[in-house]
Design a protein around this ligand. Structure first.
Ligand SMILES: Nc1ncnc2c1ncn2[C@@H]1O[C@H](COP(=O)(O)OP(=O)(O)OP(=O)(O)O)[C@@H](O)[C@H]1O
Ligand SMILES: [Mg+2]
Length: 308
């Protein structure tokens, strides 16, 4: 993936954020708002994706409400990353539609009804409020931590240097790394680097954050500090889609868990319903593999670290 994409999905034409900051808004309020319904942030309708002859995603229907936290789980190769990337049009889906805050993503309708690829400026505009964090943090090694966070603010948002510096520092503070502002990325632990990557995305004021296994490249003892930042974001009302193998995190933080297998959403629901009472043999088998490795409903180490 292009480095610029990993840093921000925004573009210069959207200097002003269209969403009030989620910070300080309690999750309870958002949940109440959610019950009111109708505020769909991200939606896939009949979406399919093929790589050559291989259908990787088939007829995906998915609707994500404002402030909802959805975790995607499933075996390796089931299509989790492809789904996440298709939701941001980092992969161009083949059939169906994806809507971001009600706007069709990636395609436009021609006057004769045909679907045509959006121009890059239109694509950037539709996903202006999306941020994405990947397994690999992809920080610029030649820029300080602060400069890494400032970079897209200057280059994409066109902010003045002082304003970008203030915002970058405030965002680093939010992820607990203000004191590392002048450090070089390679002097940071993996967990700290991933928190910088989250800050870099967060500084762009996204309304939706997509995470693809953000902790899977980390040493086990560094996982908790990243999950803690993500949990804080969820509590502040950020809309989040998270591909994860951290079942403790999904159990504690997700509103809904989706189980993907062979490109289909096989099962979905509140985490504890899904985890305690899987309906499909495939999910039962998948969870069984995890339960063998760590005790999901007792003292799963990652879950404890989230609570620290
Ligand atoms: N660029 C590509 N070209 C061809 N096939 C691809 C490409 N990207 C993914 N695939 C295939 O699509 C399927 C789904 O891959 P994907 O990376 O979405 O799985 P995943 O669920 O994220 O797996 P993992 O848990 O290992 O990350 C796999 O069979 C994979 O080999
Ligand atoms: Mg993947």
């Amino acid at each position: 993936m292009a480095r610029a994409q990993s840093q921000s999905l925004s573009h210069p034409g959207c200097a002003a954020t269209t969403r009030p900051q989620a910070a300080g808004v309690s999750r309870m309020n958002h949940s109440a708002a959610k019950r009111g319904g109708g505020d769909v942030m991200l939606e896939a309708r009949g979406m399919s994706k093929r790589f050559g002859e291989h259908t990787v995603l088939q007829d995906i229907n998915l609707s994500i409400q404002r402030s909802e936290v959805v975790c995607l789980i499933g075996p390796s190769g089931s299509g989790k990353s492809t789904l996440l990337r298709s939701l941001a049009f980092l992969e161009n889906y083949d059939d169906g539609e994806v809507f971001v805050e009600g706007e069709l993503l990636g395609y436009d309708r021609a006057s004769d009804g045909r679907r045509v690829r959006s121009r890059p400026s239109r694509l950037s505009d539709v996903r202006r409020n999306m941020g994405m964090v990947f397994q690999q943090f992809n920080l610029w090694p030649h820029l300080s931590v602060l400069e890494n966070v400032m970079e897209a603010l200057l280059r994409v948002r066109g902010m003045k240097k002082d304003a970008a510096r203030r915002l970058a520092l405030a965002t680093l503070e939010k992820v607990g790394l203000a004191e590392k502002a002048d450090a070089w990325p390679n002097r940071l632990s993996g967990g700290q680097q991933q928190r910088v990557a989250i800050a870099r995305s967060l500084a762009m004021s996204p309304a939706i954050m997509l995470f693809d296994e953000p902790t899977s490249a980390l040493d086990p003892e560094l996982v908790g500090e990243v999950l803690q930042v993500m949990r804080q974001l969820a509590e502040e009302g950020m809309t989040m889609v998270v591909v994860t193998h951290e079942m403790g995190f999904a159990a504690r933080v997700a509103d809904r868990v989706l189980f993907l297998d062979q490109g289909h959403i096989v099962e979905q629901g509140p985490p504890m319903t899904l985890f305690k009472n899987p309906q499909s043999p495939r999910l039962a088998q998948f969870l069984g593999n995890y339960l063998e490795r760590n005790s999901l409903f007792e003292a799963a180490p990652a879950l404890n670290r989230v609570d620290d």
